[in-house]
Design a binder for this molecule. Structure first.
Ligand SMILES: Cc1ncc(COP(=O)(O)O)c(C=O)c1O
Length: 396
């Protein structure tokens, strides 16, 4: 009776959210599943941020706000970009949306006409291709390998550019690989973007979660010319453990931001008033949260990567950032288990652990393990995985 739009028939639901939901449902049914699917910090939002939101409610800050965000929050973002990224933006170059995902969604809607191409390096965050396609654009996937550090080269970028190319997405540090581009690598990619006159969509949402002194930089820092062709996506979700608050932002050229504002005005109107006040405190208040949680993330990364590399059939790239490990599991495939999708299924149903299969990120043959969960869970999950790997490879 209900005929759905073609666009939704072709749309796949987010596989990461689906796996997490299945693992949570099994847990609710009493099954002892170790969930490695989480795309969010396992820490609570800092108290100062919560208090700011409570105060906002008490003060009755509960009405519609300006479409692109309250001036106070835009100012806090301008100050953050200046302080942390050495970038000067005007308030009209900033739009706050309902999470980083919504920022990318609005951007794609504002930027793309049918046939426009966006280059998306794989492994990619699950939502880039669907959001490009929902806007009528085409996602051109560029494969990378663990041997290349999961990074595209300037030559690869240049070869992928066609007259239809509008932009390339650079997600550094990357979900799902934890890889990040060095300053020199960013400079080399920027030269290509400038030569070929394309935009760079720089998703910097994991910028604070980096290890071993990695020097995290934005490609927009390279030059004023580069800043003019870069669109920065960021938000409070990962840096301040605020995924449920739904606050993300875009910093970019004013005409593009105005176009995104028009789209937002006809869809969500504005991000939640209370969350905006919380985000003001996140950006303007004490900045010690990441420093407090980073040692735990680093200890977990060290443990999980070392343990994965000790297992038969598994090799894991050492991520420099994020809270994901992205091991290659080719050595477990080909026999009883044909691909990483079936492997993830088997691991969930038999070993009771829930990683996300690489297929979700355009990278079959890999699994993503989020270590945004306790060390106890990680140890238990790794024991189960090691036993499964031994069984599959015939070692036990
Ligand atoms: C690479 C990347 N970008 C953007 C987002 C969006 O985050 P949110 O919409 O929760 O702010 C995520 C969340 O998983 C992500 O991994």
């Amino acid at each position: 009776m209900i005929r759905l739009a073609t666009r939704v028939k072709n749309l796949k639901p987010s596989p990461t959210l689906a796996i997490s939901a299945k693992a949570k449902a099994m847990q609710a049914a009493g099954v002892d599943v170790v969930n490695f699917g989480a795309g969010e910090p396992d820490f609570d939002t800092p108290d100062n941020v919560k208090d700011a939101a409570i105060a906002a409610i008490r003060e009755g800050f509960t009405s519609y706000t300006a479409v692109p965000g309250i001036p106070e929050l835009k100012q806090a973002i301008v100050a953050k970009l200046e302080r942390e990224n050495r970038l000067t933006y005007a308030p009209e170059e900033i739009i706050v949306s309902c999470g980083g995902k919504h920022s990318f969604y609005n951007l794609a809607q504002a930027l793309l006409d049918p046939g426009d191409e966006v280059i998306v390096p794989a492994p990619y965050w699950v939502s880039y291709p669907p959001m490009v396609e929902l806007a009528g654009g085409t996602a051109v996937i560029l494969a990378t390998t663990a041997a290349d550090g999961f990074k595209i080269t300037p030559e690869q970028l240049r070869a992928a550019i066609t007259p239809g190319t509008r932009a390339v997405v650079i997600n550094s540090p990357s979900n799902p690989t934890g890889s990040a581009y060095t300053w020199d690598e960013l400079r080399a990619l920027a030269m290509v973007a400038q030569d070929e006159d394309i935009l760079v969509i720089s998703d910097e949402i994991y910028e604070h979660i980096v290890y071993d002194g990695f020097a995290q930089r934005s490609i927009a820092e390279i030059s004023p010319e580069m800043k003019a062709r870069t669109i920065i996506l960021n938000g409070v979700s990962k840096s301040y453990a605020m995924t449920g608050w739904r606050i993300g932002f875009t910093a970019g050229p004013a005409p593009l931001v105005a176009a995104m504002t028009k789209i937002q005005s006809q869809s969500t109107s504005n991000p939640t008033s209370i969350s905006q006040k919380a985000a003001v405190e996140a950006y303007n208040g004490p900045q010690d949260f990441i420093a407090r949680v980073l040692p735990a993330f680093r200890a977990r990364r060290d443990f999980i990567v070392r343990t994965l590399n000790e297992m038969p059939g598994i090799t894991c790239f050492n991520p420099v950032g994020t809270f994901y490990a992205f091991p290659a599991v080719h050595g477990l495939l080909g026999g009883a288990v044909q691909d990483s999708l079936s492997l993830a299924d088997l691991l969930l149903n038999e070993a009771k652990i829930a990683p996300v299969p690489g297929e979700a990120f355009g990278a079959p043959g890999f699994l993503r393990f989020s270590y945004a969960t306790s060390m106890e869970n990680i140890e238990k999950g790794m024991e189960r995985l090691a036993a499964a790997a031994r069984r599959i490879t015939g070692g036990a």
